[in-house]
Write a protein that binds this ligand. Sequence first.
Ligand SMILES: [Fe+2]
Length: 512
Amino acid sequence: MGGARAVSTQRTTKSAQGASDPTSMVLAESRRKIAARSWVSAHAGVTETFDVALKCISGEIPRDLVGVLFRNGPGTFELFGTRYGHLFDGDGHVQRLAFDGSTVRYRDRFVDTRERQREREAGRMLYRAFGSNRPGGMRANAFDPIFKNAANTTAFAHRGALYALWEAGLPHRLDPVTLDTLAREDFAEALLAPPTRWTEIAGRERPFSAHPKVDPRTGEMHNFGLANGPFSSLVLYRMSAEGVMQAPEVHRLDAMYFVHDFALTEHHRLLFLCPARFDVVRTMLGLRTPVSGMQYDPSRGTKIWIVPREGGEPTVLEAPLGFVFHHVNAWENADKTIVCDALVYGHYPTLPHPWDLDTLAIAPARADLAYVTRITLDPTRRVVQSERWLDLPCELPGIDPARVGQPYRYAWVTATDRHRPMQVVTRVAKLDMHTRTTVEREFFPRVVGEPVFVARDGASTQDEGWLIVMAYDPTEDRGECHVLDAATLESVCVLALPHACPLGFHGSFVRG
Ligand SMILES: [Fe+2]
């Protein structure tokens, strides 16, 4: 377990001692380069898939950790020799790790989207993507509004089904055991827009974000989809506890925004509409991609929509908050105020291609780092207050699914050193939102992915359970699955994957 250790930090952190010391700066630069190389190696791309029992290389598989971890993320970063333009563009690669108390069975598969099938038949890139145009410039891309559904952002397990989600299109339903791709899921056509002249060109498939929320008290599932284009709109979805998708609520937007995630409370859905400008004309002409044509626009404030869960018009508040990808959690107070914790950046962050070694090794700009920020909303007085809650740069927050929409104490994140931050992440942290302290676990020279919390049955504290973290070990050139004690972040066991594997974005754990 080279380099792994748990540290506690206090609420107020002093400046790093020796931060400007030349030796310290050289060491930091050297660590950034090593971590960047590790990140590049981890993202070489999946060339073979497996169905094997994993070898436990350290510790012991916990007897009472029973269930299945699903992960999803781009499995490739080029296609037939053409490098994708962005980290987000590769086809979804789903991993399944089944824990039975003594063994762990591993399976991985690409999501077999129709776009992937067609491209493999053709042997060339056929579709535009979020950050990639087809080779051939304007002639090959102009006036094509159809983008590849990469199905690569999360593996969402709900009511016995498994979905590979991508925020700008339909979910793909997978077999939760074999990972076979079963259907492009429109939930009895609820995710198909009514036919219009525009849908004749762009298709009827509605966006469905990769961050659905399930209310642990009612079993209801909520989600949203954001459609940017000539007619921007926000679509809100609600599925009953019995699995019936309601007719979606469609809200026309007054401008273009970026929304990746949302928060759910007992009575409301909270959506932070981050102001963005999209160069629609150049994107339609094929001179830009959606991501290269997007610019965060801080001259407009963030619009915070508070929408009743049962439907209806939103209460809209506005505040200069910064850019938000992910929310941690939210809840309502007795006085009708709402508290929402989010990870806030100074602007839309730079996300280098995972093969851009030189760019990845550069120290990030402060505005490219996200910090946990507590935002208190008073819809009656129309007041928004925000406060940076912790000074740790972090991302990919996870909480106990049983605490969604309620007051909570702990969250787990990927993180980087607050004094010597890196663009790639080698650290996992536990956030104590009450005491505003962190416990951090350094994995350098490994790089790590999103931590997933699994509560122990009958737990007496909110942090009693496990944290499952996928990692890449450059010394062995292989992927790993680390099971940690969620309270202390001490190692419980380490499992070796049969290959080097990209770290992906999001996933979920289903109890056995
Ligand atoms: Fe996300």
